[in-house]
Ligand binder design. Sequence first.
Ligand SMILES: [Zn+2]
Length: 272
Amino acid sequence: MDENRKKEIRIKACSFREKCKISRYGIIDLFKDCERLGYKLLRYPLSEESDLGFTIKKDNDMVIFTNTSSRLARELFTLAHEIGHSTLHMDNTASFIDDTITISGRSTDDKEQEANYFAACLLMPADEVDKFLDLEINNFEKDGLSAMDIARIMSEFNVSFETTLNRLENLRKIDLPERIRLDSEKNQTRVGNLLISVGGNSKLNEPSKAISIPYEYIDYVIYNYNQKAIPIETLEKALDYYHLTVEDINDKLVNHSADNDNLDELIGGLED
Ligand SMILES: [Zn+2]
């Protein structure tokens, strides 16, 4: 990626970030911002081995899926990466599917590297990282960073331990020996404990397993059932994703089995 392209990506990440709600340094809730900006978000716990996320353009909708079986910090990075694809790459391509290779930065594909760069700039802009190190970390210039400092940065920017180290290294805030020292602390249990010890958000280190499907999808399924385009079994299966049963949405359904009864009632009514 040459410097001009990097700058273009920083400009796009920055203008997306301006539409987000920011706490002191980090984005508060990127899921909510995406929904507010009209993205159709699907979140579902597929399994740890499955893909991490995808972006597709469907008619006029930008649909982003993230797997909630991955740790929340990682899911948020996946979301930022998918926003990168939707912002940078949707002119010629209709979809992107991402796994641990494309998201970890091990892919040599230009578009994957660009989406990762976009995600890093969106979640941890250089000037905000600078400001945090200057105002929130004691004696950063003299003593460098401890693992607890990394946990503080994670909590503020809602990123993983690994993303924090990557970003700090790319911004030349830490060098390779420091990275190796901090990396040796990256034991998942310890990261969770570190987050708790700094009063941070320990949920970042766990999968949320959240299920969130845009309400349009359930309305679409109900519409198809009411039009007799799908059987009750398919409706039940779709409702199951929302942890709903047919009884829960009974008032929205056309009662097909009662079609004949209605006719009887009508005839009965005429006879009275
Ligand atoms: Zn990707």
